[in-house]
Design a binder for this molecule. Structure first.
Ligand SMILES: [Zn+2]
Length: 147
């Protein structure tokens, strides 16, 4: 039996400007202008209190080579990814609030796997709606979706 320690994620992402080549590396070469990462962590600290601790540190990375006009276009696109992430984090939190007391650690890890799958699937759908199909999908989790 676990208790949940899951504050709402920051409602605004941190913006970092980095060289475009760093964006290529973090996006596995699918992007070179901007990238979003929620930097989530999901664990049970080994303090014997059986708390599931979920934290997010969302960051939008923008290539420093962009002109001001390009930067605002790319930032606006990355904000769409950020807003999809906020919705997915709300769904995860709702699920965990209901499930955490009866769940095993394995059940909880399955929820985290599916959350990350949903975030990536949302990103792929956003890109497809723009006529781009550049998101590299991780394999669908083998487990049954818990929510
Ligand atoms: Zn994108």
């Amino acid at each position: 039996m676990y208790t949940l320690d899951f504050p709402n994620p920051p409602q605004r992402p941190t913006i970092r400007r980095v060289p475009g080549r760093e964006i290529q590396t973090m996006s596995r070469r699918s992007e070179d202008r901007g990238f979003f990462n929620h930097h989530g962590s999901f664990n049970v600290p080994g303090d014997g209190r059986n708390r599931l601790v979920v934290r997010f540190g969302p960051v939008i990375y923008l290539a420093m080579e962009l002109s001001p006009a390009e930067r605002s276009e790319v930032e606006s696109h990355e904000m769409d990814h950020f807003n999809d992430f906020l919705a997915a984090a709300r769904d995860l939190k709702n699920h965990l609030n209901r499930a955490v007391r009866q769940a095993t650690w394995a059940d909880l890890q399955v929820a985290w796997d599916w959350f990350n799958y949903y975030v990536r699937d949302d990103a792929r759908n956003l890109h497809r709606s723009m006529g781009r199909d550049t998101i590299v999908m991780n394999p669908r989790p083998r487990s049954t979706a818990p929510y």
